[in-house]
Write a protein of this length. Structure first.
Ligand code: SF4
Lengths: 376, 91
């Protein structure tokens, strides 16, 4: 394990990895899903897979907000910004995500007014600084990000700023986990729960996974040791035939979540009856929309949105990879037509996407080994 | 949209109860404290920041570990770019 030395506590890492080996029944195959894209990134970057025996399989979950967004939503957002009076503002993560007619960045090159912002409140300030234009913030993210968009809308209302709107793509994690558990081609033994989503929602919303589905969950931090400890937690439970929610990330995640953040969400958003997820299809009550009391700032109400459904390019297998049915390199386009430089799917764009993580850490590693051995 | 960036509160504004000046590795920017309303941090506290909003209070030790982890993940540069990008009106 080449990274062990740079870890904060290498001895503890080695010990924890040993404990995982002791806990895992060699005759059993374990499928543990890390829900969050941040964990996927860390797992590849730190080569954690190499520390685990082959019967422990880490399945990458749907927790990369850029990756689960269907292409039609990007097209819809961009179509609003065809109006030269509209400024399209979004996080940098969105900029290279392909829509049917190109990414936001490519639209910018063709003359669309596209701006990167690092915070929704900066999109609001952009509106304040450009009173003659309309700023539309293309909002994405799970419960970690939704409260910030919500407070931004509260401020927009307080300031009486009318040249600002949000194109809301916020999604909620629990229904996605439910969809995965309901999916007939999935078999998951336990979950590594998303740490930063849980700072907002707390641990209680996962309780049904233990109670009704009898699967262990460990809400986890993002350091190598955090992830390994979470694996220990769920393996211990599986061994004892228990199922409960454990909070490995106590130093950041309060069991009850963040009440002010939850209030902000409740003030501005309500659940959509259903929302389409790339790879998972339509999931009921899985996304947020802006309440009627904030309709003035809802881009979907202010503008005509085509609402077209676009299917992904045929050979692209983003859906299967998102569900964890295929590993990134098993997609026919992986590393050939689809690379981080020329992404076909969003999973290859975002650093939290499993294809990009696999490409950057596993694929490049293998390529190097092959080229070195062919030189010898 | 980085994981979460650790920063220290270096200044509070009496006239703006939901804003704070934070410092991340020498860079100072204003962030929003609105999501910590129920448990407002004081000067010197460390917080985790996500898209310009302080999300939770953390210990100094955890803040140092978090920065170290961002560096190991290759995200530290993006994190700094993000922090430097905050606060349009000041630019
Ligand atoms: S390699 Fe590209 S097309 Fe294939 S699943 Fe990954 S992102 Fe989608």
């Amino acid at each position: 394990m080449k990274f062990v030395d740079e870890f904060r506590e290498p001895e503890v890492i080695t010990k924890t990895a040993e404990e995982i080996r002791r806990l895992a029944d060699p005759d059993r195959h374990y499928r543990i899903m890390e829900v969050c894209g941040g964990h996927t990134h860390a797992i590849y970057r730190f080569g954690l897979k190499d520390l685990l025996s082959s019967n422990i399989e880490l399945i990458h979950g749907p927790g990369c907000p850029v990756c689960v967004l269907p292409m039609g939503r990007i097209d819809d957002g961009l179509s609003i910004a065809q109006d030269p009076n509209v400024i399209f503002a979004a996080f940098g993560d969105m900029m290279r995500v392909p829509g049917t007619t190109g990414s936001p960045l490519e639209h910018k090159a063709r003359g669309m007014d596209v701006r990167i912002v690092y915070s929704p409140s900066d999109a609001l300030k952009l509106a304040k600084n450009n009173p003659d234009r309309h700023v539309m913030f293309f909002a994405i993210g799970f419960e970690t990000t939704a409260p910030s968009t919500a407070l931004t809308l509260v401020r927009a209302k307080e300031w009486g700023l009318h040249n600002f709107s949000v194109f809301c793509n916020h999604v909620t994690i629990i229904p996605a986990i439910r969809a995965i558990l309901d999916s007939p081609d999935m078999r998951i033994d336990a979950f590594i729960g998303p740490g930063h989503v849980s700072t907002v929602i707390g641990c209680r919303p996962y309780e049904w996974i233990a109670k009704n589905e009898h699967k262990p969950v460990a809400v986890s931090g993002f350091e190598p040791l955090d992830i390994l400890q979470s694996i220990v937690m769920v393996l211990r439970q599986l061994k004892a035939e228990q199922a409960m929610i454990e909070n490995q990330y106590k130093r950041v995640v309060p069991w009850e979540g963040n009440s002010a953040a939850l209030r902000a969400i409740a003030e501005v958003f309500e659940l959509r009856p259903y929302f389409e997820w790339r790879g998972l299809g339509f999931i009921s009550q899985s996304a947020l929309r802006i309440k009627e009391s904030y309709a003035e700032w809802d881009a979907e109400k202010r503008f005509v949105v085509p609402g077209v459904r676009v299917t992904d390019p045929k050979a692209a297998q983003c859906g299967e990879v998102l569900k964890g049915v295929l590993k990134p390199h098993q997609c026919k386009l992986f590393g050939r037509e689809c690379t981080p430089e020329h992404p076909i799917g969003a999973l290859m764009v975002s650093s939290e996407g499993s294809c990009a993580a696999y490409f950057n850490y596993e694929h490049r590693k293998t390529e190097m080994v092959t080229s070195i051995s062919s030189m010898a | 949209m980085c994981l979460a960036i650790p920063g220290q509160i270096v200044e509070l504004f009496p006239d703006q109860p939901t804003a704070a000046m934070i410092e991340v590795v020498g860079v100072r920017r204003k962030v929003d404290l609105g999501l910590l309303q129920d448990n407002l941090p004081v000067k010197g506290d460390w917080v985790l920041i996500h898209v310009g909003f302080a999300m939770s209070k953390i210990s100094e030790e955890d803040a140092i570990d978090q920065m170290r982890m961002l560096r190991m993940l290759g995200e530290a540069e993006f994190a700094m770019e993000e922090v430097e990008g905050y606060g349009l009106e000041d630019s």
